[in-house]
Design a protein around this ligand. Structure first.
Ligand SMILES: *Cc1c(COP(=O)(O)O)cnc(C)c1O
Length: 381
C-alpha cells in the first residue's frame, strides 16, 4: 500500500514495530558503535555504525520515500552530503553549476574540488542555455531551485531533457522547498541534495544532510564512499531529524502562509525597494514554480533602500533573530553579503545581485502579526 505524503512522515509502509521494537511508537535510538555477530560469517544486519545503524537506516527510508527515490543516505551535514557527492567525480571532470548557490557549496567547489582536479563553469541556468557550456569532460549539472539567496527558478524538467540527452547527472539541491513542495527526481533529476538541518529537521537543533537517488548504481557507489569516508549521521541526530519530519507538512503549510502575507506586506513598505519571493506573480519564476512545485516555500529575499537601513533592521529586530540558517519554526533574518555568502568572491556577489542592501528572511510559524510588527519597529516605520 502506498501511503500519501503526510502519512509517510509518520509511518513507513513496511514497518513492523510490534515485532521489532516492542511496539515503540517513537523509533528507538540505537546508541551503539558496534554490533555482536551471531557467528563467523553471520550478521544481525548491522556490523558497525559507520556503515549502518538502525536509527539512521529508518530515517533514510523515510527520506527516500518522501523524495520518491530508491535510496537516501544520511550525512553529518548538508556539506558532508555534497562533499561525498563530489567523490563520484575524478580529476579532469567538468561540472556546470548554477551561478547562484549556497555559499558553502561555492566554497567547497572552489577551494576543495578544484584542488582535486575538477573544474566548474558557472551558468545562470534560468536565463542561459546550459548546452552552450558543455565540454567533452562535462559529467554533471548542479543546481538549486529556487536559489539561495536570489530565488532564481530553473525549469527542472527542461534541464533534465538536456542532461539526459548528453548523458550527464542532474543534481538538485532541494533544501529550500523540501520534499513537501517539490520532488526533483520525479521531474527528471538523478540526485537530490538536502541540508537536513533546515526544513526536514525544522527546529534549529541538529545538523544533517542527505543524498537521494533513484539509481541502484549510484546508490551502490555512494554507499561505498559513505562507509569508506565515514560522514554518516549519528544515531541521536538521526532521531532528531525523524522527529522533525513528523510535522514537516504542517510546518511547511504554516510557514508558507506566513511568507505569503509577509511578502505582500513588504511590497507595500516604503523602506523596501524590491521583494524577491517566487509566490508573487511578479516573480519571473512564478509560472515555472506553479508547474513543477506544489508550493512556493517560506524564504523571502528583499532589498531595502540603503545599507544603513539593512544594518539598522538587523540590529533592531527583537523577536526575530539575526542568525544564519533557515527552515526552522523560528523566523530568522540574515545578511547574505557578510554571513552565508561571506566567502563568495566579490565579482560573483555583484553578478548575482547580492548587495549590502539585500536581506533574507526564513519565515517561521509564529503568529504573522508578531513577525510583521517586529519588522515594522525594526525598520523605524
Ligand atoms: C544550509 C545549506 C546547505 C549546507 O547544509 P549544512 O547542513 O549547513 O551543512 C546546502 N545547501 C543549501 C541550499 C543550504 O541552505
Amino acid at each position: 500500500m502506498g501511503f500519501r505524503f503526510e502519512t509517510l512522515c509518520q509511518h513507513l509502509a513496511d514497518e513492523n514495530r510490534m515485532e521489532n521494537h516492542y511496539g515503540a511508537i517513537s523509533f528507538p535510538i540505537y546508541q551503539t558503535a558496534t554490533f555482536a555477530h551471531p557467528a563467523v560469517g553471520e550478521s544481525t544486519g548491522y556490523d558497525y555504525s559507520r556503515l549502518q545503524n538502525p536509527t539512521r537506516e529508518h530515517l533514510e527510508k523515510v527520506v527516500a520515500s518522501l523524495e520518491k527515490g530508491i535510496d537516501a543516505l544520511g550525512f553529518s551535514s548538508g556539506m558532508a552530503a555534497i562533499a561525498t557527492l563530489m567523490e563520484l567525480f575524478r580529476p579532469g571532470d567538468h561540472l556546470i553549476i548554477d551561478s547562484d548557490l549556497y555559499g558553502g557549496s561555492i566554497r567547497l567547489f572552489q577551494e576543495i574540488s578544484e584542488k582535486n582536479g575538477i573544474s566548474f563553469t558557472r551558468v545562470d541556468c534560468y536565463r542561459e542555455n546550459v548546452e552552450n557550456y558543455l565540454t567533452e569532460k562535462t559529467r554533471a549539472v548542479f543546481i538549486e531551485t529556487p536559489t539561495n539567496p536570489m530565488m532564481n527558478v530553473t525549469d527542472i524538467g527542461k534541464l533534465a531533457g538536456i542532461t539526459r540527452k548528453h548523458n550527464l547527472l542532474l543534481v538538485v539541491d532541494n533544501t529550500f522547498l523540501s520534499p513537501y513542495f517539490q520532488n526533483p527526481l520525479e521531474l527528471g533529476a538523478d540526485l537530490v541534495v538536502h541540508s537536513g538541518t533546515k526544513y526536514l529537521g525544522g527546529h534549529n537543533d541538529a545538523i544533517a544532510g542527505f543524498l537521494v537517488t533513484k539509481s541502484e548504481e549510484i546508490s551502490e557507489k555512494l554507499r561505498f564512499i559513505l562507509k569508506t569516508t565515514g560522514s554518516g549521521l549519528a544515531p541521536f541526530d538521526s532521531w532528531l531529524i525523524l522527529r522533525g519530519i513528523k510535522t514537516l507538512s504542517v510546518r511547511m503549510e504554516r510557514a508558507q502562509e506566513n511568507a505569503m502575507k509577509l511578502a505582500g506586506w513588504l511590497e507595500e513598505q516604503p523602506f523596501v525597494k524590491k521583494v524577491i519571493y517566487p509566490g508573487l506573480s511578479s516573480h519571473p519564476g512564478y509560472e515555472i514554480m506553479k508547474k513543477q512545485s506544489r508550493g512556493f516555500g517560506a524564504m523571502i529575499t528583499f532589498e531595502v533602500k540603503s545599507k544603513e537601513m539593512a544594518l539598522s533592521i538587523l540590529k533592531r529586530v527583537k523577536m526575530i533573530s539575526f542568525a544564519e540558517s533557515l527552515g526552522g519554526t523560528e523566523t530568522l533574518i540574515t545578511y547574505p553579503i557578510t554571513q552565508t555568502h561571506a566567502d563568495v568572491p566579490a565579482k560573483v556577489l555583484a553578478q548575482n545581485g547580492i548587495t549590502d542592501c539585500i536581506l533574507r528572511v526564513s519565515v517561521g510559524i509564529e503568529n504573522i502579526e508578531d513577525i510583521i510588527e517586529d519588522l515594522k519597529q525594526a525598520s523605524g516605520t
